[in-house]
Design a binder for this molecule. Structure first.
Ligand code: F6P
Length: 328
């Protein structure tokens, strides 16, 4: 694996996700293993433009595999969206002798990387890091598993109050455009209903389902709502609606928010990050560019960045059915 690439830059961009640090560590150590230089780029594409770089060796990433967030910081860059911004980025990377980029983030991060490659023929490999799991070409994005564990733990705690007081809880979880967190955590925490953007349950069916649940003898209920669901009401409006139509329910709302993005990554995310980091570096060394590293059938596979950006990450229909059956 020898070639033109002598120095790789690694950066994190978009929303942080647990496992990003483990991925940075893996990229740095894979570079050290293959005797090439690695630099860390701070604050995503803003840092690329401004030359906010730090040389990283194997020891510089000690003690971060278990840390949430990203030691390289993250940002969404407006300047990189402009051609002038990208030209500055190219000049800055060239000046520092960087030959290739590993970008860790979501589809916005990959879109920036792809355009940059097209304009400057600069090698780029992406690693999917987002708790939403909404990227085509991988069954798991970095942070998804950790976020699920956080959400399930939180719902378990809320359930204590729900069952002690015979209450109905609407719990909002993250997922602007995708219901992966809501559906998986809903099944894992035994929720009565799950509202996700991919399937509009409709208000009438929600009321029916809650009614059935009451009649079947359940005294408390948990409804998990993805923030991007399409029922047409946010969690607080849902509470008002149920208060109005089913006064026998004592309804409360809990919005889990950014606690879902933080915390120490699960073992699954650490292992996945390590595999992805190695695959990203070795793919660049093999002369590959414009791919995203992903987990498919428990193997590291490459998907063209364009497909990863445009492809739809579909909800698991079998899991949806399981969720329905579990509410019986
Ligand atoms: O992309 C991950 C995500 O957690 C979404 O689910 C959520 O809508 C968004 O980030 C929140 O982003 P921000 O931290 O910028 O408010």
């Amino acid at each position: 694996m020898t070639g033109k690439i002598k120095k790789i830059g690694v950066m994190t961009s978009g929303g942080d996700a647990p496992g990003m640090n483990a991925a940075i560590r893996a990229v740095v150590r894979a570079c050290a293993y293959h005797n090439i230089q690695c630099i860390g780029i701070y604050r995503g594409y803003d840092g690329v433009i401004e030359g906010d770089y730090k040389s990283m060796d194997a020891r510089s990433v000690k003690g971060i595999i278990n840390k949430g967030g990203t030691v390289l910081k993250s940002a969404r860059s407006d300047e990189f969206r402009t051609k002038e911004g990208r030209k500055k980025a190219y000049d800055s990377l060239t000046k520092a002798g960087v030959d290739a980029l590993v970008t860790i983030g979501g589809d916005g991060t990959f879109t920036g990387g792809l355009i940059f490659n097209e304009e400057f023929n600069f090698p780029v490999i992406g690693i999917p890091g987002t708790i939403d799991n909404d990227i085509f070409g991988t069954t798991h994005t970095l942070g998804f598993d950790t976020a699920l564990n956080t959400v399930v733990e939180a719902i378990d705690k809320i359930r204590d109050t729900a069952s002690s007081h015979n209450r109905l809880f609407f719990i909002e979880v993250m997922g602007r455009d995708a219901g992966h967190i809501a559906l998986n955590a809903g099944v894992g925490a035994g929720a009565e209903e799950v509202l996700i953007p991919e399937e509009d349950l409709g208000l009438d069916r929600l009321l029916e389902s809650l009614n059935r649940s009451k009649q079947s003898g359940k005294s408390s209920s948990i409804v998990v709502v993805a923030e991007g669901d399409k029922i047409g009401k946010n969690v607080f409006e849902l509470k008002d609606y149920v208060d109005e139509h089913m006064s026998y329910y004592d309804v409360r709302v809990s919005v889990l928010g950014h606690i879902q993005r933080g915390g120490s990554p699960s073992c699954f995310d650490r292992v996945l990050a390590s595999r992805m980091g190695v695959k990203a570096v070795e793919s660049l060394l093999e002369g590959k560019t414009n791919f995203m590293v992903g987990l498919l059938n428990n193997k590291m596979e490459l998907t063209p960045l364009e497909k990863a950006i445009k492809g739809e990450s579909k909800i698991n229909l079998e899991l949806l059915r399981v969720s329905e059956i579990m509410t019986t």
